[in-house]
Design a protein. Sequence first.
Length: 426
Amino acid sequence: MRKSTKHVNPWAWVPSLYFNQGLPYAVVILVSVILYKDLGMSNTDIAFYTSWFYVPWVVKPFWGPIVDNISTKRFWIVVTQILMGAGFAVLGLSLQLPDYIKWSLIVFWLLAFSSATHDIAADGFYMLGLTQKEQSFFVGIRNTAYRIAMIAAQGGIVILAGILGNRTSNPKMAWTLIFVGTGVVYFGIAIYHWLIFPKPDLDDKRKILSLINLFDSYFKTWTAFFQKPQILIGLFFILLYRLGEAQLGKIAAPFLMDDPAVGGLGYNKEQVGFLYGTVGVLALVGGGLLGGILASKKGLKYWMWPMVMAMNLPNLAYVYLAYFPPSDISITGILIAIEQFGYGLGFTAFTLYLIHFCEGELRTSHYAFATGFMALGMMLPGMISGWIQEQIGYQYFFIWVLLCTIPGFLLVRFLHIDPRFGMKEE
């Protein structure tokens, strides 16, 4: 029988909720790149097609009010998780179809749409299902669960696909078995959530807003957003800060997997899963944790420049790897860890800036708008990154990535940031 109590120990659902939030995002945005590279797709096509998966996160703010005003967030979470569980299985089966590229791309996009919708409901449910004190306590737990999901996807799924591929000598069948298995596990967690989730009084069914009221709410919220101080500088910074990283993120895994004859490092899936999906993610988490600690000590403004440099300068690691391919895989692991650790520091600064930029009465909606622009800033450069790489080669491409970090450096000096923002209150 379904549990009827309204309050449930947060340990019973917060970690699993954010694991289920992180897994589809990691599979859609990150694992898809490795999948298509393994199946022989060109870097141009990989970067172009997988960048389209960002679209649901770009336009997420437009249907956020629908999730807010129809039924309950609990309903949206369970329904989208059940759909994504089935979606993972369908994704695996689609790889056995003759026109598997087309069908798998469609399923990936549907998974992305469901994942973006789930994000809206999950973050809202977190605030409704926990007290303020519990929210503060569990923020680290939820972030850790999200990162564990990334390790499970980039590390676990990729490594298992490599092992099964070696045993079956059939990469497509290996990926099929992995995705179907992932779907079964994910579906099981969704059913668990349906049974265990609390029913907060605040998460009640809402009346659907009329079209006139909905349009009026949209117009006022967007108008207020574009009337923010420094709106042009802020938007340029949001769109361009990750210009280099947006391109590097699409090409890093193909570079690790490509044959040395074309400038790659020639690693197999198990090695890439360990280097990029395990060592890299752990370093990313470490950088993010350190960034939060540093910002709480002296504020975002004090650490902004060091964190921007930490995010961009370690990209030199890929320049080194392209020009001087190491014979020892541990050297590659160390350099990837340094790059990802720096990215964690730099992304902390970026996240804090978004929060600072969106302060005000409509901060929740404005933060959703800002993250939509952030996703757009990742999507557009990512779409052309594969074509650029194939035109100029890996060596010059990674130099190009370094040049793309210049706009972020130039824009930082124009940002107005409260010196005390981010500091922990005494």
